[in-house]
Design a protein around this ligand. Structure first.
Ligand code: PLP
Length: 420
């Protein structure tokens, strides 16, 4: 007798029942899994004077940010929208760092007034702008220089940020000149270093290289009489998108590399993981709309699309895709798994082996908790999917499915023509 079909659960919640109640596509996150990741990293960092500043862009839902706040985790933000979300969710301003190459004057002013922990400054123009804004407001901005260490993170080119050809950070030579001119910065307290070399990093080697360069620079600065009170080592820790292949770095090994590279450093350490804390806690629940037999390929058309999860079309990213009800009697079948959007790029997987599917079957796209909902759009006028937080057998809707009226709110007929 074949083994019976087994319906999947996430954080104790039956996913078939959840999809029936909330509809699909649906982003679902396990609160227990997020907490476990936070606690795992916090305990790996035990003994170091270190704080986690969650990279909000990975998943900026307020309920996720509230989980971070409750665990004592701060935030790494890149816009005033993210700042407002964090404050709204209860993350204290003095645990918020602000990164990004394109901070506007308004954004800098807002962040300064809110009293954020630190600006991660990415260009000389930004440094001078920060000085001017802080001086005008009679306050002092705490700042770190984002170093571009020219290290290859050995990841996808579009999420690699630490090579000299990338737009992020400044060279050590340039940073050295900033510190040499520090006396002229009357309203910027430049006493931090920051580095972030990229995302989905699965090897410790790029971290070792980047941190070695940062450590050498920190020692040089200390000797030159520039005390460094904060070193922010960025994020980038990779996760398991491909269960059979990806080997993420263990938190303890990562912490050990940081500790070794920065041995003797007495100041505060900051870490900015995004994906690592939330990716594997999330799934995208989707239903099979139909099977379409093409001339050359068999297409599995699902109700999720590239607007709900961009990573496959944007980076050719792999996500495991598995049936919610595992039925061992179904033969393995090869499909191209595609969404309804009118782009060939709206493809989640090509030539993927799955147990044979039928219209109405539920599938889980795995490890979608990061850069899923936060990158979603309404392309093809598809409403933003609902999001649910799951916790030990219960669930809460943390974003309702977007009603049509909300999707078109703000749009209007071209009626009130004006001249400039
Ligand atoms: N820090 C900075 C400055 C970033 O730009 C990013 C991602 O783009 C992160 C942290 C988080 O990266 P990850 O989600 O890979 O940990």
């Amino acid at each position: 007798m074949p083994a019976p079909a087994v319906p999947a659960t996430l954080d104790g919640v039956d996913l078939t029942a959840l999809a029936a109640q909330l509809g699909t596509p649906l982003h679902a996150y396990s609160a227990s899994a997020i907490r476990a990741r936070i606690e795992g990293l916090q305990s790996a960092l035990h003994g170091l004077d270190a704080g986690i500043r969650y990279a909000v862009k990975a998943n900026s839902n307020l309920a996720v940010l509230q989980l971070m706040a409750a665990a004592g985790v701060g935030a790494d933000i890149v816009s005033s929208g993210e700042l407002r979300r964090c404050l709204h969710a209860g993350i204290p301003a003095d645990r918020i760092v602000f990164s990004g190459v394109g901070k506007t004057e308004d954004e800098m002013t807002g962040a300064l007034d809110a009293g954020i922990e630190r600006f991660n400054v990415e260009s000389h123009d930004e440094l001078l702008t920060l000085q001017r804004i802080a001086q005008a407001r009679g306050s002092v901005a705490r700042a770190a220089v984002r170093i571009n260490p020219d290290v290859d993170a050995q990841t996808h080119a579009k999420i690699s940020t630490g090579k000299s050809e990338n737009k992020f950070g400044v060279s050590i030579d340039e940073a050295r000149r900033w510190f040499a001119g520090r006396a002229r910065l009357s309203h910027v307290q430049l006493d931090g270093l920051h580095v972030h070399i990229g995302s989905q990093i699965l090897s410790l080697q790029p971290y070792r290289l980047a941190l070695a360069r940062v450590a050498d620079f920190w020692r040089e600065l200390e000797q030159a009489g520039h005390p460094i009170r904060s070193i922010d080592v960025g994020g980038g820790l990779g996760v398991r998108y491909r269960a059979e292949e990806d080997q993420p770095i263990a938190a303890a090994d990562y912490a050990a590399v940081i500790g070794e590279a920065l041995a003797g450093y007495q100041g505060r350490l900051l870490l900015e993981p995004g994906r690592y804390l939330v990716a594997e806690a999330g799934i995208l629940l989707t239903r099979v709309l139909r099977i379409k037999q093409g001339e050359e390929r068999q297409f599995l058309v699902i109700d999720a699309a590239m607007n709900d999860l961009q990573r496959p079309s944007l980076y050719d990213a792999w996500h495991d895709i598995v049936p919610v009800v595992a039925d061992p009697t179904r033969p393995m079948t090869r499909y191209d798994i595609v969404g309804p959007v009118c782009e060939t790029g709206d493809t989640f997987a090509r030539a993927r082996e799955l147990p044979e599917c039928r219209a109405g079957d539920l599938l889980m796209i795995m490890a979608t908790g990061a850069y899923g909902a936060s990158m979603a759009s309404t392309y093809n006028s598809r409403p933003l999917a609902a999001e649910a937080m799951l916790n030990q057998g219960r669930y809460a809707v943390i974003r309702r499915r977007q009603p049509f009226e909300e999707m078109i709110a703000g749009e209007q007929p071209a009626r009130n023509w004006q001249t400039t």
